[in-house]
Design a protein around this ligand. Structure first.
Ligand SMILES: [Zn+2]
Length: 75
């Protein structure tokens, strides 16, 4: 595509493309069809949803915080 495209230009171009796709798929099913442009999955089943809810997983930040806390307690 464009050889000297700035990162901002790329983001704007991608957003337009993603909004067009969201409008085409109409995942939200409403008037505001581009609303889910950056997350097309409106489903929250066990495959798409938050892993904490279904498997009790902790986030990376939480794992990091717990391990830092454990290290602190050791020293
Ligand atoms: Zn799903």
């Amino acid at each position: 595509m464009a050889q000297h495209e700035s990162k901002r230009a790329r983001r704007r171009r991608d957003l337009i493309r993603m909004k067009a796709k969201a409008r085409r798929l109409n995942v939200s099913g409403g008037v505001d069809r581009a609303r889910h442009a950056d997350h097309l999955a409106v489903c929250s089943c066990w495959m798409c949803g938050n892993p904490r809810r279904f498997f009790g997983e902790t986030t990376i930040q939480e794992k990091r915080a717990f391990s830092a806390d454990a290290c602190e307690r050791l020293s």
